[in-house]
Write a protein that binds this ligand. Sequence first.
Ligand code: FMN
Length: 446
Amino acid sequence: MTKQIHLAAHFPGVNNTTVWSDPAAGSHIEFESFRRFAQIAERGKFDFLFLAEGLRLREQKGQIYDLDVVGRPDTFTVLAALAAVTDRIGLTGTINSTFNEPYEVARQFASLDHLSAGRAAWNVVTSWDRFTGENFRRGGYLAQEDRYERARAFLQTTTELFDSWNGVEVVADQENGRFLDSAAPGRFRHQDRFFDIEGQFNVPTSPQGRPVVFQAGDSDEGRNFAAAQADAIFSRYSQFDEGKAFYTDVKGRLPGFGRAPEDLLILPAASFVLGDTDAEAQEIAHQVRRLQVSPQTAINFIEQLWNTDLSDFDVDGPLPAFDPVVEGDSIAKGRASVRQLAKDPVALANEWRARAEAEKLSARDLVIEVTGRQTFIGSPATVAETINRFVQEDVSDGFILVPHITPDGLAPFVDTVVPLLQERGVFRTDYEGTTLRDHLGLKYPA
Ligand SMILES: Cc1cc2nc3c(=O)[nH]c(=O)nc-3n(C[C@H](O)[C@H](O)[C@H](O)COP(=O)(O)O)c2cc1C
C-alpha cells in the first residue's frame, strides 16, 4: 500500500546549521518571523510546525557561544500567538519533563489545544544536562538514570489530568442556571516517587482530548519510553540505512507494549538544498556547508571532541595528532556538542583522522563532511522522488524539515517540491480534518 507522507516544519534552531549571517535571514526572535514561517508551512499543507527547546545560553570555554543564534522566546507564548494567525497547521512544542511540574504543563497544553481548536502537540524531552538545571529552583538535581523514570511518571500524571474531565461536564444551561452536569469534574490524586499531588484540574477537556505526544531521545530507555507512550518520535536518523535501522528497531518494540506499528510515527529531522538542476543544488549545498562551518565553527567542534583549548589551531591543516582528553568537564556547556554525541571520543577522533587522511581533507573540510550534512540535495524532482522513496521504503513516515534560512527558507520547498508530491498522490492537496490528530491519522483518546 502506498504510504501518505507526513511533512512538518522545524523553526530554524540555535545551532550552526541556521545561517543567520545570510542577507536573506531575518530575526529569530521577532514574532513576524514565526508568523511568516508558520504561514508558509500552512500554505504547503504541512502537518505541523515544530519548536525545539533550549533553556540556557550555551557556553564554550566559559564564554557565551555566539557563533550561532543566541537566545529564543518561550515556546507556549509563541505557539499561542501562532494559533491566532494560522488555521489548520499543528503546533508542536518541546517541553522537558525534568524541570517542570505536571499540573502546570498539563494546563498549558490543554489551553493551547483549546486556543488552537485541536492542534497542540508536546515533544516530551528529558533535557540535556545539569548545566541547564542550574537555571531552575532545584538546580541540576536529577541524576541521569532518573530522567526517564521521572518522564514516565510526569507523562502518566499529565495523562490523568487530561482525562480527569470526560468532555460532557460543561452544559452551561442558561435556562436552568446550571453550568456543570457533574459534581466533581477534574478530580485527581496522584502519588509516586516524584509527585504527590491531589486536587481538581481546572481546564475542561480540549478538542483533541490530550495533546499529541512526541518523544525525542535516542537511548534504549528513550526508545522504550516512546514505544510505550508516544504518538510520534522526532529522530536524527534521516539517512537511508541508519533511518531504516532506527525505524525497524522502534516499530519492532511496539507489540511488546501492546501497540500496533501504526500507533507511532517516526519523523526524522531533515534538511534540504534545492537547485534548478542536481548539479546546481550540489554547488549551493557546498556553499551553504562552508557558511555553516566557518573556520571558527570548525575549531569549536574540534575543541568539543578533543575537549581541549585549540584557540590558535590551523583548520586548513590536519586534525590534532594527540588524542582527545577523556576525563574532566566538557569544554562546551548546554549544547548538543559533538562530544555529547560521541560515545567514545578517542575512537571517533581516530575515525575522523583516518577519513581525513584517506580523502586528503583539511580539519575544516573533515568537519564539514562529518557534521550535519544536508539530507536532500537536488532539483525539486530529485528531492520529491527521494523523499517519497525513503517513506515508501520505511526509512520514516515523513520528515520534519529544517531550512537553514529564517523565516523564508521553507518557501522554495513548498512551492516546488510539495506540488510534485501532490501530483504523485502521496501528500494531501488540502487538509481533510481540523485537528493535528486528523492530519497524522492518530486515534483520539477513548
Ligand atoms: C532528535 C533529538 C532532538 C532533541 N531535541 C531536544 C530539545 O529541543 N531540547 C532538549 O532539551 N532536549 C532535546 N533532546 C534531548 C533529549 O531530551 C534527551 O535529553 C537526550 O537525547 C538524552 O536522552 P537519550 O539518552 O534518550 O538520548 C533531543 C534529542 C534528540 C535525539
